[in-house]
Ligand binder design. Structure first.
Ligand SMILES: Nc1ncnc2c1ncn2[C@@H]1O[C@H](COP(=O)(O)OP(=O)(O)O)[C@@H](O)[C@H]1O
Ligand SMILES: [Mg+2]
Length: 257
C-alpha cells in the first residue's frame, strides 16, 4: 500500500547563462493515497521539473517532499514515470523492454510479470515484436506496462499522451482509468489538454506561468465514468480555462475552490 505525497514549500531554480532562473516557487501540495491529480499549466512553468523532483531525478533547492511519511531523497521503485515519448529500447523486444526494470525480481519470474502487464495494456501477442513494429499508441501502452511492472504505488505521468492522435488518446485515457481501477495507485499527471484533465482527475492543479506556483486547485465532482458531452463537463472545462488565461497579479490570483 502507498501513502500520501506531501510537498511543502518547494523551491527550485536553475542557473542559465550564469543567471538564476526561478522555476518553482513555494509549491505546497498534498496528494492522497490512490488519488488522481492532474497538473495543468503553460509550457515552461515547471511541470516536468516538479515531476522529476518527485521522481527523485532532480533535487529541490528548498522545501520538503515526503511519500508515505518518508523523505524523497532519490529515485525508487515506489515511483514509476511515464514520459511523452515511450523511451523503449529499439534493440529489445517489447517483453524485454518491460522486463528491464525488474532487476530485483528472480530471473525466472521476469518474463511472466512482463507478460502479465503487457496483457493488462492489451498487448498480448506483441511480446516478441520490436518497438519499430508498433504504432504510437501501442508503444505508449508498452511504456505504461514497463512502468506498472515494478508495481509502483505512485505513477508520475508527464504528458504521456501528448504525441498521440485524438482518437488514440481517448482510448488511452479509458485504458488508464481501467488500470487505475485495478491497481489503485496514486496518479500524478501533467497535461496541457484541459479535456483530458477534466476526464481523468479527482483534482486539477492549475499552475501559474514561470515561476510556477499553484494558482488554483479544483475538485472535479463528476461521476466516476464521465460524459465529455455533458453540461457539467463543459462547466469544469471553462473553469479551468478561466484560471489558465487569467492575467494580472499572481499573488492576488492564488485561490482554491
Ligand atoms: N536542467 C535544466 N537546466 C536549466 N534550465 C532548465 C532545466 N530543466 C528545465 N529548465 C528550465 O526550467 C523551466 C521549466 O521547465 P519544465 O519543468 O520543463 O517546464 P514545463 O514542463 O512546464 O514545460 C524552463 O524555462 C526550462 O528551460
Ligand atoms: Mg514539460
Amino acid at each position: 500500500m502507498g501513502g500520501e505525497l506531501e510537498i511543502k514549500g518547494l523551491y527550485k531554480s536553475f542557473m542559465v547563462n550564469s543567471q538564476k532562473l526561478s522555476v518553482l516557487e513555494g509549491i505546497d501540495l498534498t496528494v492522497g493515497d490512490g488519488e488522481f491529480v492532474v497538473i495543468v499549466g503553460r509550457s515552461g512553468c515547471g511541470k516536468s521539473t516538479l515531476l522529476k523532483i518527485i521522481a527523485g531525478l532532480e533535487m529541490p533547492e528548498s522545501g520538503t517532499l515526503r511519500l508515505a511519511g518518508k523523505p524523497i531523497s532519490g529515485p525508487g521503485f515506489d515511483r514509476g514515470m511515464i514520459f511523452q515519448e515511450h523511451r523503449l529500447m529499439p534493440w529489445l523486444t517489447i517483453e524485454r523492454n518491460v522486463a528491464l526494470g525488474l532487476g530485483r525480481v528472480k530471473k525466472k519470474d521476469r518474463a511472466r510479470i512482463a507478460r502479465k502487464y503487457l496483457s493488462m495494456v492489451q498487448l498480448e501477442g506483441f511480446e516478441n515484436a520490436y518497438p519499430s513494429q508498433l504504432s504510437g499508441g501501442m508503444s505508449q501502452r508498452a511504456a505504461i506496462a514497463r512502468a506498472l511492472a515494478t508495481e509502483p504505488d505512485t505513477l508520475l505521468l508527464d504528458e504521456p499522451f501528448g504525441a498521440l492522435d485524438a482518437l488514440t488518446k481517448i482510448e488511452m485515457q479509458d485504458e488508464l482509468l481501467r488500470i487505475r481501477a485495478n491497481q489503485k495507485s496514486m496518479m500524478l499527471m501533467v497535461t496541457h489538454d484541459v479535456d483530458e484533465a477534466v476526464f481523468l482527475a479527482d483534482r486539477i492543479v492549475v499552475m501559474s506561468s514561470r515561476p510556477g506556483r499553484v494558482r488554483a486547485i479544483v475538485n472535479i465532482e463528476l461521476p466516476e465514468v464521465r460524459d465529455r458531452g455533458s453540461a457539467d463537463f463543459a462547466w469544469y472545462k471553462k473553469k479551468i480555462f478561466d484560471y489558465f488565461f487569467e492575467h494580472g497579479s499572481e499573488e492576488s490570483t492564488d485561490f482554491t475552490i
